[in-house]
Design a protein around this ligand. Sequence first.
Ligand code: FAD
Length: 956
Amino acid sequence: MLTRATYDANRLGKELGSALRGSVCGDPASRALYAVDGSNYRVVPDLVVVPADVDDLAAAVALTAAAGAPVTLRGGGTSMAGNAIGGVVIDASRHVNRILDIDTENRTAIVEPGVVLTDLLAAARPHGLAFGADPSSGSRATLGGMIANNACGAHSVAWGTTADNVRALDVLLADGTRCTVESSGVRDDLAKRPGREGELHRALQSFVDANELVIRRRFGLFTRQISGYALHRLLPEQGYNVAGLLCGSEGGFAATLRATLALTPLPAARVLCVLGFPDSITSAECVSAVLAHHPLTMESINVDLVDRLPGEVRRAAVDAGLPDGRAWLLVEMGGEDSVAAERSAQEMLAALRDSGSPATASLVTDPGAQAVLWRCRTDAAGLATRRADGAEAWGGWEDAAVPPERLADYLRGLDDLMGRYGLSGASYGHFGEGCMHMRIDFDLLTPQGVAAYRSFVEDATDLVVELGGSVSGEHGDGRARSELLGRMYGSDGLDLLAQMKRIWDPGKAMNPGVVVDPPPLDADIRHLGPAKDRKLLTLFSYPDDNDDFAQAQRRCVGIGKCRQTRGGVMCPSYQATREEMHSTRGRAHLLWEMLQGDVITDGWRSTEVRDALDLCLSCKGCLSDCPVNVDIATYKAEFTHHHYAGRPWARPLSHWSMGWLPQLSRIAAKAPRVVNRMAGTAVAKRLGGIAPEREVPAFAEETFTSWFARRPAPTRPDTRGAVLLWPDSFTNYLAPQIGRAAVAVLEAAGYRVVLPDGPVCCGLTWISTGQLRTAKRRIRRSLKTLQPVLDAGMPIVGLEPSCTAVLRRDAAELVHDDAMAAAVAESTVTFAELLMRSDWTPPDVGADALVQTHCHQHAVLGFDADRALMAKAGIRADVPDSGCCGLAGNFGFERGHYEVSRAVGERVLLPAVRAAEPSTAIVADGFSCRTQIAHGTPRQALHLAELLASALGEQT
Ligand SMILES: Cc1cc2nc3c(=O)[nH]c(=O)nc-3n(C[C@H](O)[C@H](O)[C@H](O)COP(=O)(O)OP(=O)(O)OC[C@H]3O[C@@H](n4cnc5c(N)ncnc54)[C@H](O)[C@@H]3O)c2cc1C
């Protein structure tokens, strides 16, 4: 819903704007971007504040609260219950994110609230330390959000929840009081503190003294009782742990400005024991037996999720040791060395066998294999959003927990309940703690469906309460569960929650509506709005989304993996800018808001959406790395097409110069020297919309196709038949030596190389600049030319990964009415795939190589064949986790993109190339990657074909 402010948002915006050094935004794009978190809910904020530092954060909170406006702190926005939306959203993740200290002696860290967990872990790891609570969203969840939600992770069975690992918090109350609360303290001393701080402690102490019995009866009964507030932390045996009480208060008490955290020593060795079971209930039945052996983790996944993994990941999981079964537990055992860790695992397995458990098991010691198996678990929340048949599934009842010994009963009861409601879902979770996550195929798109959802959730709550459980086991209550707290805590418990809220925040400024005084759990469901009904005519088909652009825009449920701060291909522009707007999630959400139409009102003409998509590199990293395969590159192409439809004059100049590159190249090929002289001038760059910092690549004196036509007929007999080598524009006009090298290698391998009978083009440059009708025409024309090739069943070999990826995927989705496009996709192979299919023995290159995987290769084509071919050719390949090179076709050449393009390259790739030994070959199959390397380092990269050809002794 659009919040109707009860205060003057404009006035507050101005006041904040003049008081703060950070940004204060009330524009539609900012408000739309922050209207959702990782939940089913949408509440459009009135303002979005991004403080410049911790003092700015404090000032923002104090001024907002003083104006009577709701203060919603925000970290990574990965909350799954609607904990981080509405009012004035204050985003601490962007700038308030310093690690201030790692004290190895005392094993503590001091952090600002916007620090992302994996950044803290990376800082602590060299000292053999870690933060004990490790939610699977830790690559983008912030410590501020983790503290507020009392996040837990796989290791909580051994190391506890966030609350168990917080020593002290510097906080700001809504009335401007800044104080430090600690995990233990002498009550009397604290009560004597002056001013509001002492008053706060006196109130807390009177509260606990007056309500001890109810607190003992209702709160802190098992570790995953995360719902409500952790009132038991104030009890004497908990050491009057006020910091612990703040954990899990969902930003409803105070803002965390700084945290002192305990760090846990990492075990010297760990083994992963993967247990396989016929079903989840059977796996739950062995929880107590495994827990007796003090595992570090005990996490569950099941076949519904594993079946949804991309094929290669699934195969890798099986290769890594996923045993037979339909449900699995990932049990990690630690020890002072690998022998001790393995011994513990064997003892646990022996005990399981003795108990009659039907578990199959495999012991995984290789860290790489362990990482593959853990990915099945960490991607689960995203994977579970689609059922195997493509139907949508949602959170909402995703986080209940029961005491672990009641888990099997809970699963039985839930199966029964779901059967009664005709629902299904994929489950996963922290079985060692009795906490089970799931996404269920609720119908959240219709009022009747939402009514059924409410009814189900109420029944499920009763089931959980009957088993002594909690409606939230770690995600918090937010908007999804706060209304259910009465069923769980009864009226006396509910009254205590309200009293506690009043002690901290009598004016109800801090995240109102969460835990206390909640709105109905079926209010503000985001998908009930008009977005779902907008049936837009699109150029691409969306085959995995029922050909429905609106359904494609519902893929992003906000889990925020694209906001990870390190590693991976997704999302390079977020990693460079750290702006929500430049993340996959931000873009996907703005596209959804465009369909919704109440905040972003211009449809395809929206400048907000255009600007958010502007820094998308179209690397397609999200297509493969996002667990729900959001494909922003395709959506960007679609949007750009419609945005400029009928307004060619409005397009950036680069769309003409680079979008039409194949055509311009044909002309340039007639007089390459003249064109090269002119193209590098400042005027030409300006006219072409090209960044002044970029050197324009030179056209070759002779194109690859001309060379091929004039070369003498090959003398070597072909033993493996004919292949069509795709003469992409980059190879043909700009790097023909690669085509020549490929011909040499393919002929040495026994193939007869042929080229198409006429000019062909995959349409890539028109697709990436959103000129989709032209792209379609080019592809159709090429399909006609390819007809004889397809009739002959010839493989089509691509050298340039971006063009090969279009042939393999995009062309078929764009020209979906022509079966030939699908046939081309079937016939297209990469250079390495073709050679690995044959039993050809490549020459022994015997070299070290630093290899850059093209992002489209990563996302669409796969890189396994390249790795295998390199290994076969004796190339010792180092393939860094460098992501997209940053140039990404036209992106890095375009005016205004240079800085981001360069920053993306400087993340990993360019420093790695600079650091490489001169004797190490630099290998990059993508023209963009080679260009970025040439522009940013003194090295020239080679295509793999060139490296192999040079070992054959071929001059290319
Ligand atoms: C795929 C996925 C997997 C997840 N796995 C887990 C898991 O394994 N374990 C788990 O516990 N959770 C998990 N979660 C839930 C969520 O990621 C965690 O609760 C996480 O700690 C939230 O961090 P955040 O930075 O995104 O916080 P946000 O969502 O931005 O905010 C969370 C809460 O913290 C408050 N807040 C934020 N900053 C402050 C501050 N400075 N001061 C006061 N209040 C503040 C917000 O107002 C909000 O109430 C998962 C979520 C997703 C999407």
